[in-house]
Design a protein around this ligand. Structure first.
Ligand SMILES: [Zn+2]
Length: 106
């Protein structure tokens, strides 16, 4: 949703931010520019769907953070030995750690 501000006319003649709508926007004291009344009515179902979608995204983000964190906790060495899990995660570091032979043994 793009809110089209008309800075020249100030608070007057503000168009409903919905595309293809020619009605005047509601300038709410607290929430600012809102779509016109008829758009708000037709919008209720969409708003509900958006909320559910937003929730899904949030869960997805948390999961991504956990995955990332799990990888961060991996150490290249585990009790003095090369940790195969770490080098599975970061295969490009095998050369710089010089553990290629050691990993082949495991
Ligand atoms: Zn409208």
């Amino acid at each position: 949703m793009t809110i089209k501000y008309n800075t020249r006319s100030g608070e007057y003649g503000m168009k409903c931010p919905r595309d293809k709508c020619k009605n005047e926007a509601i300038n709410h004291r607290r929430f600012g520019i809102l779509p016109c009344r008829s758009c708000q009515e037709s919008n209720k179902i969409v708003a509900k769907r958006r909320y559910e979608f937003g929730n899904l995204r949030k869960i997805d983000r948390v999961q991504t953070q956990r995955d990332h964190h799990g990888a961060d906790m991996l150490q290249p060495y585990d009790r003095g030995k090369a940790n195969p899990d770490f080098f599975k995660q970061y295969p490009e570091t095998v050369e710089s750690y010089g553990v290629k032979k050691e990993l082949e043994k495991t």
